[in-house]
Write a protein that binds this ligand. Structure first.
Ligand code: ADP
Ligand code: MG
Length: 268
């Protein structure tokens, strides 16, 4: 067997999620057909942090819904660890663009909800919820009700809830889009260090090129319509970058170069 075949086999074996000829057409209420996504192949290996950027309407959320199992594609199939995705599963956690908390539960109870459903004991789930609340900077807000929190804090609660579930795959749809710049910068750094420590497989949608290159091991640039991948870019920075979080990494010449390459692909 050749080295290339070996590498191909390894990639196939370690694929956590894959899209195999997936395409999507929507039929609108008025009967028009929207070709939202062209035939797409994609393999996401174990532990990869993949970011997807592209203009509004290019099919990013459609891709995420297919991977989550909320939407069955009109063409092709998506797979999770070799099995066709036919519906949502607890192994794939989803962070939506907008917070979706239960108003009658406290912030801590919201974060612990998934653990409670998995019958994790009260002491353990309370501790874990607290740990993730601290990670998102809400260590003192556990007893509050969601309505007592700002929109940004509610969004951070949603992120804590999904991270606390410690799912195999994390799917995030512009999770930091509505946050102020300071909070966003902090959460980016925290998410990155968490991902490095836990080696989670992350599929992250953003329209912010800087965020994509900062977080991603790999950046996909999509173009409308029908949505398709125009650039599939691995982010390989110098070995030193592995422990950099924030401005230090953003100042690396290689970082700036990659950011310009990705931005250029979007504008084309
Ligand atoms: P993005 O997340 O990149 O902004 P979406 O995946 O949400 O893009 O949408 C891609 C395209 O499909 C858009 O043109 C959008 O209007 C259309 N679309 C999305 N959902 C539906 C739907 N349920 N019915 C009809 N058209 C849809
Ligand atoms: Mg979207």
């Amino acid at each position: 067997m050749t080295a290339t075949q070996n590498a191909t086999d390894r990639a196939a074996q370690s694929a956590v999620v894959s899209l195999d000829g997936v395409s999507q057409r929507y039929v609108t209420d008025s009967g028009d057909v929207v070709h939202a996504l062209a035939e797409t192949d994609l393999t996401i290996p174990e532990g990869e942090f993949i970011c997807v950027v592209g203009p509004s309407g290019c099919g990013k959320t459609t891709l995420l819904k297919i991977l989550a199992g909320f939407l069955e594609p009109t063409g092709g199939a998506a797979h999770y660890r070799g099995k066709q995705i036919t519906g949502p599963a607890a192994a794939r956690g989803v962070v939506f663009q907008q917070p979706n908390l239960y108003p009658w539960f406290t912030v801590r109870e919201n974060v612990a909800l998934g653990m409670r459903m998995r019958k994790v004991g009260k002491k353990q789930r309370t501790e874990k919820a607290q740990e993730y609340l601290e990670l998102v900077g809400l260590g003192d807000s556990g007893d509050a009700k969601p309505y007592e929190l700002s929109g940004g804090m509610q969004q951070r609660t949603q992120i804590a809830r999904v991270l606390a579930n410690e799912t195999d795959v994390i799917l995030m749809d512009e999770p930091f889009g509505a946050l102020d710049a300071i909070t966003r910068g902090r959460l980016q750094a925290d998410l990155l260090s968490l991902q490095r420590a836990q080696h989670r497989t992350v599929f992250f949608i953003t329209h912010d090129v800087d965020e994509a290159v900062f977080l991603g091991d790999r950046v996909l640039v999509m173009s409308a319509r029908p949505g398709h991948v125009v650039l599939d870019q691995h982010v390989t920075l110098s070995a030193d970058a592995g422990h950099m979080l924030g401005e230090e990494m953003r100042r690396l010449p290689e970082f700036i170069e990659l950011r310009e390459k990705v931005a250029g692909a979007i504008e084309r």
